[in-house]
Ligand binder design. Structure first.
Ligand SMILES: Cc1cc2nc3c(=O)[nH]c(=O)nc-3n(C[C@H](O)[C@H](O)[C@H](O)COP(=O)(O)OP(=O)(O)OC[C@H]3O[C@@H](n4cnc5c(N)ncnc54)[C@H](O)[C@@H]3O)c2cc1C
Length: 495
């Protein structure tokens, strides 16, 4: 039974999740996506070795994905081969030391003791206890809640407040909290780095982001064959339930009359009418008038003002010189703070920490020793500074591969220009994003309450995606899509 015509603008993970859920409920639903494939930032790049993931590589909070599938009557394990990584990440330092972290607490106690001695172990146990308390306290009132408010959050977490108070002191940054817990500079670097998972600098992000370590410590999964398979599978399931997808099709305007959604105008001028619409692009595109002047006010300046980090992302296949890589590797720098000082001044960091994902390292079907790599270097979002493209590539190549070379990691062949996605390219791929990959910068605790929520003040217009509550990362963006679908279903029963 057709209940309502719904249009979804964007087939990122948020748009896909809402499409699947609404199609499953029998709604007539049509998706318009600028790019030629589903997934948005969860995209791939073709190479002689096959498709390489060029977006997310770390899948955490698996239960959120399992639940979406289960709620539409599907078992995720029948559609995707998910494999839990035995090592969350291998961390390398310039002095030659290494540390593996695992989702097994006892294993972490052993490795951290061997790495930094009894003092580091005691410090880690204290940090782990605090972050577990934060994660458990804020999961329900904030992450799972479509409309979090400060008052409700305080009420729901007050019984634990004495335990997590050290992390919520006003003005306390993540770096500050981590430094007060760990004496070993290497562990300070490691646990501060979690701010970058949501596009923040540890030196100005709130200490509550330490709970991201808890999300990761619950396990990291990989999807055999590549992360993009998740987006394709959700697309396939939605399609099999009647959702119609239009790829290579951009929406140029959201049409409204008297504060109610009427439809969309495509870039070819065609108009599509609908009763409800989910916008899965960056909310900054609405604020900047990219979707028409009439709806600009749906997103306030405070919802999009401070942009999160961007990145230089290398995607290529090559033979590595080191034989001790695992799936997720982090190569730390000497002076951790200098990376973020450079980024905040809009320059390419001279000595960055580098994330190296060796995507098919353990794939038994891989035909030779060539590995698919994604290397990520944090960067500032696009500023007014304009780089000469050739010069930018050269600087970035020297920094990335020069620094890795110093730590014994070289690649054969060295990737060429087309392997690099710059902040400028991200800005073109995701309009009005400023190349910022995680929406609003998590600059302070109040960011949580500043992100736009699913329901907007225009009747029938909903938002979903990493720029919307509960925020960036694929589990969160997926939840935002579910919040939008739930809001549509609730509003329809009321009308
Ligand atoms: C390099 C990189 C690494 C990352 N690593 C991780 C990780 O390891 N783990 C993790 O959890 N997260 C990671 N993230 C973040 C994660 O990928 C994002 O938070 C998430 O995928 C965002 O999903 P979304 O729903 O916001 O949609 P997006 O991915 O932003 O997609 C939005 C879609 O909307 C389309 N669109 C926008 N406007 C229009 C229009 N007018 N007309 C038609 N279509 C339009 C766009 O083309 C796009 O496809 C990473 C991101 C990047 C870029």
């Amino acid at each position: 039974m057709v209940k309502n015509k719904i249009v979804v603008v964007g087939a990122g993970i948020g748009g896909l999740a809402s499409t699947l859920e609404l199609a499953h409920q029998g709604h007539e639903i049509e998706v318009f996506e600028t790019h030629g494939m589903p997934g948005g930032k969860m995209r791939t790049i073709d190479s002689p070795s096959g498709m390489i993931d060029a977006g997310p590589t770390v899948l955490t909070l698996k239960h959120i994905f399992e639940k979406l599938f289960a709620d539409v009557g599907e078992d995720i394990n029948k559609h995707l081969q998910l494999s839990k990584d035995p090592v969350l990440a291998r961390h390398f330092w310039p002095d030659g030391t290494k540390l593996d972290l695992s989702s097994d607490a006892e294993e972490n106690y052993k490795t951290i003791k061997a790495f930094g001695g009894q003092r580091s172990l005691n410090e880690f146990k204290k940090f782990n206890k605090l972050t577990r308390c934060l994660y458990e306290s804020f999961d329900f009132p904030i992450l799972q809640n479509p409309k979090p408010s400060i008052t409700n959050t305080i009420l729901q977490t007050s019984h634990q407040s004495l335990n997590f108070l050290p992390a919520l002191l006003p003005g306390r940054t993540l770096a500050n909290l981590v430094n007060s817990h760990f004496t070993d500079i290497r562990l300070r670097q490691l646990f501060s780095r979690y701010a970058t998972y949501v596009g923040g600098s540890p030196f100005n992000s709130p200490a509550i982001l330490s709970l991201i370590w808890q999300a990761e410590s619950r396990g990291v999964w990989r999807i055999i064959g590549g992360m993009h398979k998740l987006a394709r599978k959700i697309h396939d399931l939605a399609k099999s339930r009647g959702a119609k997808f239009n790829f290579n099709t951009s929406v140029s305007e959201i049409l409204i009359t008297k504060q109610k959604v009427e439809g969309v105008r495509l870039s070819n001028g065609k108009e599509i009418l609908c009763n409800s619409l989910i916008f899965n692009g960056d909310p900054n595109a609405i604020f900047r008038g990219f979707l028409g002047q009439d709806i600009r006010k749906v997103v306030a300046h405070k919802n999009v003002k401070n942009r999160s980090l961007s990145a230089y992302v290398w995607t290529f296949s090559a033979k590595p010189s080191r034989s001790d890589l695992v799936h997720h590797n982090v190569f730390f720098n000497k002076k951790y703070k200098s990376e973020f000082t450079d980024i905040s001044s809009g320059t390419i960091p001279k000595d960055p920490a580098l994330y190296v994902c060796a995507q098919n390292l353990d794939d038994p079907n891989k035909s030779n020793s060539t590995i698919k790599f994604e290397i990520i270097m944090n960067a500032s979002p696009v500023t007014s500074k304009n780089f000469n493209e050739e010069e930018e590539f050269k600087i970035c190549q020297e920094i990335t591969f020069g620094n890795l070379n110093k730590m014994g990691l070289t690649f054969n062949p060295i990737p060429s220009t087309e392997a690099l996605t710059t902040p400028q390219k991200f800005n073109k791929l995701f309009p009005a994003s400023n190349g910022s990959l995680y929406g609003l910068s998590p600059q302070n605790f109040m960011t949580t309450f500043k992100r736009p929520q699913a329901r907007t003040k225009v009747r029938g217009l909903y938002l979903a995606g990493g720029g919307v509550h509960p925020g960036p990362g694929i589990p969160m963006a997926l939840l935002s899509g579910r919040h939008a679908a739930a809001a549509i279903m609730k509003d329809q029963t009321l009308t």
